[in-house]
Design a protein around this ligand. Sequence first.
Ligand code: DHB
Ligand code: MG
Length: 229
Amino acid sequence: MNATNESSEPSLFQKVDHYIAQLVAPETEPMQAATQRILAQGWGDQSISPVQGKMLEVMARACHTKRILELGTFGAYSTLWLAQALPENGYLLTIESSTQHALVAKQTIETSPKASCIDLRVGRAMDILHELIQQHVEPFDFIFIDADKPPYKEYMELAIRLSRPGTLIVCDNVIRGGKILDPHATDEKVLGVQRLNTFLQTCTTVTATILQTIGSKEYDGMVLAVVNE
Ligand code: DHB
Ligand code: MG
């Protein structure tokens, strides 16, 4: 199943997504500009949708989030949504390995009303996470994993080490149009999320579920995992 039809007519999922977005997830001007900046680069729009952005903001607010960690900034579209959940003295660390993505993200972050709270670091998430652990940084209240898919399980394990009981960890793209059902998958992205999803089956450190996501984007899903006491 795919949320996008063969025809140019929007699917029911797309129409309903648009309806929800109009009601409760209107984009700010910086968000619209962020998408234009991404498309102008000729990059596929891998950002989350407005409705998904609002969902992240709602969840981050529910955690009374003061410190957010994001892996995979891309064009900083999701960063803008997450930053909306922060108090004035909040902190959002977002990590991007691509210098090209980071250059565009930097322009977008400068337009955020919460720009002073946002720390964009360019480098491999794996290296930066290990540094943060060594530095014994304060735990994060909300963590969004949306970086390269092959090491998703390792990112989850490191995210747990940077968390506290009650921290919510969300991982994007864990259903991949249903390709995760294929036991013979060879795509490294599919294999990466399969490893994460299987890890959650026996991981006792978090209480987790997986939410299927449909709407204006491809059929996919997000892990929602809360760190146990
Ligand atoms: C891909 C990555 C993403 O973060 C996303 O939301 C969609 C697709 C990808 O690498 O294929
Ligand atoms: Mg993603």
